[in-house]
Design a protein around this ligand. Sequence first.
Ligand code: C2E
Ligand code: MG
Ligand code: MG
Ligand code: MG
Length: 291
Amino acid sequence: SNAKSQYSGVAIYSPEIDPHSPKRFSLMSDLRRAIREDELMMHFQPKVELHTGRLHGFEALLRWNHPTLGFVPPGDFIPMAEATDIIHPLTEWVLEASIRQCRQWHQQRFYVSVAVNLSTRNLMDERLPKKLADLLTKNDLPASALELEITESAIMEDPERALLLLQQISDLGIKLSIDDFGTGYSSLAYLKRLPVQALKIDYSFVRLLLEDKQDEVIVRSTVNLGHNLGLHVVAEGVEDQPTLDCLIDMGCNQAQGYFLGRPMPPSAVPEWYASAPWEADVEEGDLPPDF
Ligand code: C2E
Ligand code: MG
Ligand code: MG
Ligand code: MG
């Protein structure tokens, strides 16, 4: 998949991301239309605090329901959007939709955070901090309710520039985490300078945690590395109870995965929340969420 070829850091020919492919042109013009015409929606996947069993918040994941192609997964169009300027209006759409949803939850006294994924090109956009500040003000959401997930490779594309931008974003009170940690070219020299709160261990390591001794060593070392740097560690792709137990044992702070909750439309969240044993993290006042 596109994601896999990115992960390995090796450029593999793929018609989906070849900038000269006609298929790409039509999908990208479709995407411009999708942004205008409501074919996009956000799904939300719960992030759970492992030491308290509480719901921390949700990661916002983009979904595209294409009129003829049907559901197009983000891995099939985000890398293409990244190769063009479409990534900018797309990210703005995602931010606005996610912030608006989070605000709505807060109005229902459901005090959760929302984590939005950023792309490499977003980190090159000097206007991003101002856009974020404006969106938060306009939607009356505290900055502490917003998190942004950035991959190592996005940061390493131009680390000095990324560092400056991330510092400005962090100064607004927005939390930052490093996504897909362990799959890119990490530079510990930059890692220690980054104003981030969390590391997210990639699914590719968590998936076989119980079967593969090397994956176990990688996950355990990453948890320790993160803690020693004063960061929270989040595991993604937790699909069963034994894996969850192992992560709790290792001292991992948060987890995300199908076992805890699938990405879902906001309309499905109340039912998921009612059936799950989690409580939301109450950040504003001390009212319990009556959701
Ligand atoms: P990611 O940020 O690492 O998101 C985690 C991916 O793992 C999501 O795939 C999620 O649905 C999937 N996942 C979660 N739990 C499990 C599990 O237990 N098992 C398995 N097998 N998979 C699980 P999704 O939604 O297809 O997103 C793929 C990638 O697309 C994301 O990876 C992220 O890099 C990117 N993406 C998604 N939405 C956006 C967006 O709004 N903007 C940007 N720039 N990128 C996005
Ligand atoms: Mg993510
Ligand atoms: Mg991730
Ligand atoms: Mg990942």
